[in-house]
Write a new protein. Structure first.
Length: 196
């Protein structure tokens, strides 16, 4: 990786960490510069403003993470009941990128930024749509394979599961630990078993 690309990636990674902990609006460019130890000129060489950097975080940090952690499991496994439960279990209890005390970074960005920034809204909607489409496809494949009942509405199940995930992430943030996730996972397993 060339020095300029490495510097840009470093800025994005450190800025993401600050924003994940403190929120987008309370994280200043000066704070990012101090944390990354780059000059102001280097920051503005890579990003014309904070908004451009924020969109780059969504597209270059969160999207690849979504692809490997959220999408790939749904595309590999044949049984959507098993894969959806295991996915949620892994995201909530095992994933080291996602911290209980800070919630879900996509949900945080969505709550903080979409009311006033159309570019963030579009980028975050794309991320969420990719996840929901992959889950819907997994459920529909399960229906075709006789694992999931034919009368199950894949879109409704997906919205229910994803909204539950975002909600329990907020409870985890409030409680500042992962134990609150266990009740969600237990009830999720019960719910998913009703889809057979």
């Amino acid at each position: 990786m060339k020095k300029a690309a490495a510097t840009r990636l470093n800025i994005l990674q450190k800025a993401f960490e600050l924003i994940y902990i403190n929120g987008y609006q309370t994280t200043s460019i000066d704070h990012i510069i101090a944390t990354t130890q780059v000059t102001k000129g280097a920051f503005f060489y890579h990003f014309k403003n904070k908004e451009e950097m924020g969109l780059a975080i969504i597209n270059e940090i969160l999207k690849p993470t979504l692809a490997t952690s959220f999408l790939e499991p749904l595309q590999k496994e044949q049984d959507p009941i098993v894969v959806i439960y295991n996915l949620m279990y892994d995201l909530l209890l095992k994933n080291e990128f996602l911290k209980a005390e800070y919630g879900c970074p996509v949900a945080n960005f969505t709550q903080e930024m979409t009311p006033w920034n159309i570019d963030f809204s579009k980028a975050l909607a794309e991320l969420t749509q990719e996840w929901t489409k992959a889950m819907i496809a997994a459920i529909e494949k399960g229906q075709q394979n006789g694992i999931v009942r034919k009368d199950v509405n894949a879109m409704q199940v997906t919205l229910f599961v994803v909204s539950g995930y975002w909600g329990i992430r907020n409870f985890g943030k409030l409680e500042n630990n992962k134990t609150v996730y266990l009740s969600y996972l237990k009830e999720l397993k019960n719910y998913l078993n009703t889809l057979k």
